[in-house]
Ligand binder design. Structure first.
Ligand SMILES: [Cu+2]
Length: 315
């Protein structure tokens, strides 16, 4: 395992998809070309400075008015260099940005400030954390619910703007299992910095197991306190923004909560998912993530406890 996946560093130079390998190969070719040119020009300057320096009694240098061979060389050399790099670039674009065809494997919708994740083949909806199978050609479709966002996981190479009123696509073939982090890369408002992306790149068995678990309708409350929590959830307008499968709440203004507590982080990577953080969030969302599109409610401690207890059963 590469060190960057172990510590969740982001690195564009570490390729974890075939697309990132292609892009990095091109980057390598450009770097080599640039270094060779720099060396060539630098050495030429050093040579000229020494060879043609002013010596006592040296005559005025020869004045060349016109030299067709030299001018042709000065024209052809940059044109050929740029043409070679252009062809390499076009070939890379052609390999990385293939036109979209067929059903997307995943539809991602950017919201201020969280990600909605939908898998059309199974109807699974998730949020903020992306489970993706490795060694598969994945077609990902992007929508925006509000403003321009941008989906970027540096290790995957490909990045894509998420634009209102427009469907954008990328192909992705992930080559390594592991966790990867990315972020929204287009400034989209107050909490742009907390619009992280967490990817779990998994082998097919693990990915299918995750999908099966998330296809199930949400757990029903299993005790009295969580029963009360569910009633509060349904009666205190939470359901006008959130979806919990198998209940009357079907909205998608906020993240899907059907399997909330199976996620490792909350609020788009802002904090670990646990009871304490959920409590803080439900008691005072605007204090935890100022400007988030979830209003403050005035709840008693008991109500918060009941709601949180219910939410922790949504695995
Ligand atoms: Cu954004």
């Amino acid at each position: 395992m590469h060190i960057s996946t172990l510590f969740l560093f982001q690195s564009v130079l570490h390729s974890a998809s075939t697309q990132a390998s292609e892009i990095n190969k091109l980057f390598g070719q450009f770097t080599i070309a640039a270094v060779l040119l720099l060396l060539f020009v630098s050495l030429l300057i050093v040579y000229i400075c020494i060879r043609f320096r002013d010596r006592p009694g040296s005559p005025l240098p020869e004045q060349i008015g016109k030299n067709n061979r030299l001018e042709l060389l000065m024209f052809i050399f940059p044109v050929v260099t740029i043409a070679v790099l252009l062809v390499a670039t076009l070939r890379t674009i052609n390999r990385v940005m293939k036109p979209a065809e067929g059903q997307p494997d995943m539809i991602v919708t950017g919201h201020q400030w969280w990600w909605e994740v939908y898998y059309p083949a199974t109807g699974v909806t998730a949020a903020n954390e992306f489970h993706l199978p490795i060694h598969k050609n994945l077609l990902i479709e992007f929508h925006s619910a509000d403003v321009v966002h941008d989906w970027w996981v540096p290790e995957f190479g490909n990045k894509m703007d998420v634009v209102p009123g427009r469907n954008n696509y990328i192909w992705l073939n992930i080559t390594q299992p592991g966790n990867f982090i990315g972020a929204c890369s287009e400034f989209c408002g107050a909490e742009h910095a907390w619009m992280r992306i967490k990817v779990f790149a998994e082998d097919e068995t693990t990915f299918n197991r995750w999908q099966e678990a998330n296809k199930k309708t949400a757990n029903l409350p299993s005790d009295e306190l969580s029963m009360k929590g569910m009633l509060m959830f349904q009666s205190r307008s939470c359901g006008t923004c959130h979806r919990i499968s198998g209940t009357p709440s079907t909205a998608s203004v906020g993240p899907d909560l059907s399997h909330l507590f199976s996620r490792s982080t909350m609020l788009s990577g802002m904090m670990p998912m646990n009871e304490k953080n959920l409590q803080a969030w439900i008691s005072d969302p605007q204090n935890v993530k100022p400007d988030a599109k979830m209003p403050d409610f005035i709840f008693s401690r008991d109500t918060v406890n009941a709601i949180v207890h219910y939410l922790t059963q949504l695995k």
